[in-house]
Design a protein around this ligand. Structure first.
Ligand code: PHB
Length: 389
């Protein structure tokens, strides 16, 4: 038998200890939650965090064998503060992964900072095309949608209904512009015409002058993207202006998601398209909803689902690297081949790391966005400009 010197034995055992350390990273995984906790989108941020925490707690508080430590930043949905806010998480707190955010104007700065620093980013809402387009990257994933997806599906629905002249109305920023763009693409392909694009700066909710303009144009229908507090007010104002009875209002489903308690009868009957709906009645969704209500005494909405699925994506990636988030290529490979078992229905991520998913057509009945069919099956974002570098 080969004899080894004490020094060689010490070196060998140190090497073994080091390789064990790599195989199972020690310590908690630092998760930076960058979400809006104030302002128009505050309720969306809370629902995302709730969903994320629910999945983690169902896994015993661990993902990929790692306990989680949360560090939170309120981004206020303010693009001007986005770079400073994300750098708090990256540079000050040294987080392992960032989960955020809601607002498309904020997420663009996050994607840039995440890429420059090599920090993993999971986007649980913001639909900005740039994130899964020109700024896409091996360490950036989205658990939600692209702004184009629900909008494109609604453009097809509106064209099939035979509408010809439509007015659009939205906040003037990336999400509104891209949502209107997706709607217009499908609607005009189907033979319709968008005759006027109306908008106002985010987060302004003084809709009156624009509603008066809609009344004077008298289009066949109106398409809109509003969310959170702005969606509540828009639906109420549209109805109060007497337009609801006269001109059908269609929206990306954010218009009526997480908002129905506050909108009441003014939302009744509205048709929207989204990657989630009430009344799916699948065992997976029923179990999720039951667990969510039990944990938070609140009904879940699309944002809660997106938070839950952001945690699932993190879990899948970490399972593929035995908890080591620095193994980026293995993490991405595990997520890319996974089927995410979402309450919305199982989905995969496309080559640009955006969900390929069914878009439901929903109608508001009482306090629910009842599913009335699938508007677009397995719809993939085109991922224009994504080269995955
Ligand atoms: C966005 O800014 O991308 C955004 C915000 C709220 C939503 C959907 C999209 O509900």
């Amino acid at each position: 038998m080969l004899k080894r010197s004490p020094a060689a034995l010490v070196a060998a055992s140190l090497a073994l200890a080091a390789s064990c350390a790599v195989a199972q990273p020690a310590g908690k995984l630092k998760v930076g939650l960058m979400l809006p906790y104030t302002g128009t989108y505050a309720a969306l941020g809370v629902a995302i965090e709730n969903g994320f925490r629910l999945y983690a707690s169902e896994q015993g508080g661990k993902l990929g064998g790692r306990e989680l430590e949360f560090i939170k930043v309120d981004d206020e949905s303010d693009p001007a503060k986005a770079t400073d806010n994300v750098n708090k998480l990256i540079k000050r707190d040294n987080v392992d992964v960032i989960v955020g955010t809601v607002h498309s104007g904020v997420v663009a700065a996050m994607a840039r900072a995440a890429k420059e620093s090599g920090t993993m980013l999971i986007v649980p809402n913001a639909g900005a095309g740039v994130v899964t387009g020109p700024m896409c990257g091996p360490g950036i994933f989205r658990s939600s949608f692209s702004n184009w997806q629900p909008a494109y599906a609604m453009g097809e629905v509106a064209a099939k209904k035979g509408h010809k002249r439509v007015v659009t109305i939205t906040h003037k920023y990336a999400a509104g512009d891209e949502s209107v763009g997706g709607f217009k693409e499908a609607f005009e392909k189907g033979g319709g015409k968008v005759v006027k694009d109306l908008n106002l700066p985010f987060p302004n909710v003084e809709f009156q002058a624009l509603l008066t303009e809609i009344a004077s144009i008298k289009p066949d229908a109106v398409y809109t993207f509003f969310a959170g507090g702005a969606a509540v007010k828009f639906v109420k104002d549209y109805s109060a202006a007497g337009l609801k009875k006269a001109i059908p209002l269609y929206g990306a489903g954010f218009l009526t998601d997480g908002t129905l308690e506050a909108q009441g009868a003014d939302a009744d009957g509205l048709l929207t398209t989204l990657h989630y709906a009430d009344g799916l009645n699948t065992p997976r969704d029923n179990a999720f909803r039951l667990a969510y209500v039990k944990a938070y005494k609140l009904q879940p909405d699309v944002y809660a689902v997106q938070g839950y699925d952001a945690a699932q994506i993190l879990g899948v990636g970490l399972a593929g690297t035995k908890g080591d988030i620095t193994k980026k290529a293995e993490f991405a490979a595990a997520v890319r081949k996974a089927k995410i078992d979402s309450p919305r229905g199982a989905f995969t991520l496309g080559a640009n790391h955006n969900p390929v998913q069914d878009i439901y057509l929903r109608q508001v009945v009482g306090k629910e966005n009842k599913t009335i069919g699938i508007a677009s099956k397995a719809l993939a974002d085109p991922g224009k400009g994504c080269t995955m570098k």
